[in-house]
Design a protein. Structure first.
Length: 314
């Protein structure tokens, strides 16, 4: 059976980790960007993950490209733009495992992505196209590119996956995000996203705000049980407990693992188990995609989540 083909459209960013509790001169290097993170995690689980983005012809771009190739990501649709810089961000880790991001992406190569970058994309070869609210917000050309990619996917009968990833500092078009959230075949939305976009936080209230969705909805809630709402019903699974070092990139890990396993034939419970396992395990160290677990680690943790407990499934 051929590997699941997942196309992810958006940016890659070089991460500079800042660790205040360590010596002043200590900085860590990592690899981020929500679309590229999803590609890396899905590739770790055996998917054929094709990343559609642009990089600058600079050291940051070369580091990202080398990391993606080593991670098994299909880089055939990664364009290098001369004269443009690769975006980066500072990830300042807090003692509670949280993080503060400071972005330097204005005018980046990824923000210059244009409809021409997806006109020749063999979208009919994909099993799913994944886009995010960040892609829609980093520039007008990136938003237009996402719109075209989604139209082409729908015309080819390819499901569309959407991660809301609401970022207020990008001043996103709330109406556009809400419309795609309601129409996506697979939707990933956190309780923070739900509050920012729809003014609700509880999963039940969010489902009411989304209206009559025919697709699948995955609701993440930090350490609380995540929900997968499908035509088969509602599945709720709490992530495994880990010692949290850095939560950055956990939501992308969940999306990548869920897509790879769900489209690979897993039922909603199995796919959600892989998703929450990947997300939790990614929090054990810093570095976004660099912290992502192996397929064996995810599989072992997911198996424990769906194992019978007291004669019943969790």
């Amino acid at each position: 059976m051929a590997p699941v083909a997942i196309g992810t459209l958006g940016e890659g960013l070089l991460e500079v980790g800042v660790f205040p509790a360590l010596p002043e001169e200590f900085l860590g290097r990592g690899y981020g960007g929500d679309a590229s993170n999803v590609a890396v995690m899905s590739a770790r689980l055996g998917a054929r993950a094709r990343l559609i983005t642009r990089l600058g012809d600079d050291a940051a771009g070369r580091l990202l490209f080398e990391f993606w190739q080593a991670a098994g990501v299909d880089t055939a649709s990664v364009e290098v733009e001369a004269g443009a810089a690769t975006g980066l961000y500072l990830n300042e880790r807090r003692s509670d495992g949280g993080h503060t991001f400071s972005y330097h992406r204005a005018g980046s190569a990824a923000s210059h992505i244009s409809p021409a970058d997806v006109e020749g994309l063999p979208v009919e070869e994909l099993d799913v196209l994944h886009v995010s609210g960040i892609t829609l917000a980093i520039s007008a050309s990136a938003a237009a590119t996402a719109d075209l990619a989604v139209r082409r996917a729908r015309a080819a009968g390819v499901p569309v996956s959407f991660a809301v990833n609401f970022r207020s500092q990008l001043d996103p078009d709330r109406g556009r995000l809400a419309a795609i959230a309601r129409s996506a075949d697979i939707l990933f939305i956190s309780d923070d996203d739900a509050e920012a976009l729809f003014g609700v936080r509880a999963p039940g209230e969010l489902l009411d705000a989304l209206g009559l969705r025919r697709g699948e909805t995955v609701i993440t809630r930090g350490p609380d049980p995540a929900w997968a709402v499908t035509a088969e019903g509602v599945v709720k699974l709490a992530p495994p407990r880990v010692e949290v070092v850095d939560t950055a990139g956990a939501g992308d890990a969940l999306a990548g693992a869920y897509l790879a396993t769900r489209l690979g034939g897993a039922d909603p419970r199995g796919a959600l188990a892989h998703g929450v396992a990947a997300a939790a395990l990614s929090c054990r160290s810093s570095g976004c995609a660099g912290s992502y677990p192996s397929a064996a680690e995810v599989g072992a943790a997911a198996a424990l989540l769906v194992a019978p407990q007291d004669g019943a499934l969790r």
